[in-house]
Design a protein around this ligand. Sequence first.
Ligand SMILES: *Cc1c(COP(=O)(O)O)cnc(C)c1O
Length: 817
Amino acid sequence: MGTIISGDRVKQIAAKIEHKLINTLGTTLEEAANDEIYKATAGCIRDDIMTKWAESRKKSDAQGVKKLYYMSAEFLMGRALSNNLINMEMYKDYRQALWKLGIDFDEIVEEETDAGLGNGGLGRLAACFLDSMATLNFPVIGCGIRYEFGLFKQKIMDGMQVEMEDDWLREGNIWEVERPELSVEVHFNGYIEEHWTEKGLKIIHKDYNTVVAVPYDMPVIGYKSDTPATLRLWSARSKQRFDLHSFNEGIYDKAMADQAFAEVISKVLYPADDHMQGKMLRLKQFYFLASATMQLMVKHHKEKKGDLHTLSDYVTVQINDTHPTLAIPELMRILMDEEGFGWEEAYAIVRKIFNYTNHTIMTEALECWDENMFKLLLPRIYQIICVMNEKYCDKLRIYYGEHHEKISKMSMIGNNQVRMANLCIAVCHRVNGVSQLHGDILKQQLFHDSYNLYPQKYIAITNGITHRRWLALANPQLCQLIKDHTTGDVLKDYRIFEQILLFKNDVSFQHKYQQIKQQNKKRFAKYIEKKQGVVINTDSIFDVQCKRMHEYKRQLMKCLHIIYLYQQLKKQPDYLSTPITFIFAAKAAPGYARAKDIIRLIHSVKDMIDADPVIREKIQVVFVENYSVSVAENLIPAADISEQISTAGMEASGTGNMKFMMNGALTIGTMDGANVEIFEQVGAENIFIFGASVEEVGNMKRYHTYNPGTVFEKNPKIRDICNCLIDGELPKIGKQKYSDIYQSLLFGEYGQPDQYFVLYDLPSYIETYDKVYNTYVNHYDEWIQKAIVNTAKSGFFSSDRTVAEYNDKIWKLSTIK
Ligand SMILES: *Cc1c(COP(=O)(O)O)cnc(C)c1O
């Protein structure tokens, strides 16, 4: 009987899709292009989602529960269609319905443009959190910026990265709803006047520029959940779409300038990851997000509860990195200047509401603003920060007395800079790191002096990934295999992953597991052939490093290892019995010259290998263009080896590492970020660890004992590898071209030896890689067992666990019933 009902449902869906094609798109199934079929399909499931969303809003308003504002400058959402279908439990039905209509579901999915409003891990984390929070029925609203252009699209031309704009809204965005009635005004520039009245000091902001913030809301459906989360993205408009008054007065330029001032704010996402750009426009973006979110939050609370004194009982705010920090002084401003609160009263509320997640300790990534620029753009916010800082430094002086240098280091303002991390740790209720190791480093290094004062503030919550997207969507066959061998609903309960440990030694299970990996490799091979015309050997080992291109992530070290294998194969053509395909995918920030050089180097090495008919049978380099969520979904399930090789202490957590583990790739990695916890979960025999530890790296830095020249002189292998960068063998490029990289490896920069310790760790990497290779080639049965253990233990890295932990330790939300 079940199948009949399901058959009926499929028929209904097919009919609904045909109906949508005619009614909203004015076309028929026979005529419709794929993008129209996508719109009709998405439109059908959207109808159901909208109903659920509206009902849930009603319920959460009625229950008056505490709500989380998850603020993030980035949300790297990717596509929504398949994810929504999975979470609505309609995936199979829709697939079949399209099949009934003679349409391939997978082709339709490809029509959706990725929502790429993020650079990498930080933005993807925000997206995974929304999925988990909705699934756990937490009342949450994600707040961000509706960039008209997301992260640039990457093309490779002549081995070099070329950036192209990401016009993701060109075809419209079926999932969003514009809410003009919720618009608020945000004020920039101008000056502040203070008037004493009988009610006390009155602050008046004059001569400001006004920008209108218009919210666009998007439902984020949880799995088997009645409480979709809302993603609210703010778009900037000028107050008058066109200032006719100025135009008639003949000041045409002013009319246009006002419009340009406003609309440029939400134009484009800044494309640098783990790097701070102190540009005025960026500051505008961040204040725009902060002010719009706080204004609407206050307004909503006033409407529902009347009294702002209870605000902290009903809202909590998580700020994802420092980017939304200005929400803190902005809420102070609203409470004092608009609602008449006194300083202490306002501050007591603000202190309870905000919590801050740190994502990096690298100094070049810490957010600082030029004080004069800040004062000019945000005069009132600047005043508030100054007062906040004075009071804070008074407190610090009680504790640290004579240690002036400690106090000036902790100050929110210093060296003509406004320092956002210092503001956060001073005010926020909780400060968290994103892995256990990273949490320890925050306490021992970056925020050590603050930690001594407020030890209870500091916590660590290990990042996670949603296994709905990164298993069910990306690897449906593996998900099905797990379902077939477990009891309970793994999509709802990540603890169920562990049940497959029972089948670790089951030959039939191993066989199925291995076949799925093989099919995923074929799926990726087809994908990359279609996209880039590259043919790969699906009987080779897939060794994958995909993440942002950054020196600390050490794609360069991987590349040097490939040069090493090339040199070994030159000497000894049977050096490798099983071929290896090295797959890279990475975008470099457009202004990051070294990162772009490394992309070029990877392509030179690829050309050198491709030019050798013997060696190219053994090793192949593939660079996948335009790394994005969709590329990751295709690529990661196909990986045998996961490269997680950052310099110890530099990768705060990583989340790519978790996606690979869940999909049964074995990790070769350093003891860094969440790799440490993957190690703890799977045990030493199921992961390949190499390289210097955080402590060793720290000691080498402290005592200046790292000398790359010694490694170079003592180790002929290392010498040969490095020389390849400058001896002219790399094709097309000529001798000089990689001498910069060569120099930096050997002599460092700015009088410091290479701070990423590439040559230091390379011998250990080569040695460990031999073990990885040997295990795969000579003990494949063990390999599969290890892979199964990795999948089985990956439940811990579900973001369902992560957000539950945030809730226990920070938010204290009740779920909506
Ligand atoms: C998961 C993910 C990342 C983060 O990868 P790391 O290896 O943790 O740096 C970056 N970009 C995309 C598209 C991702 O899906």
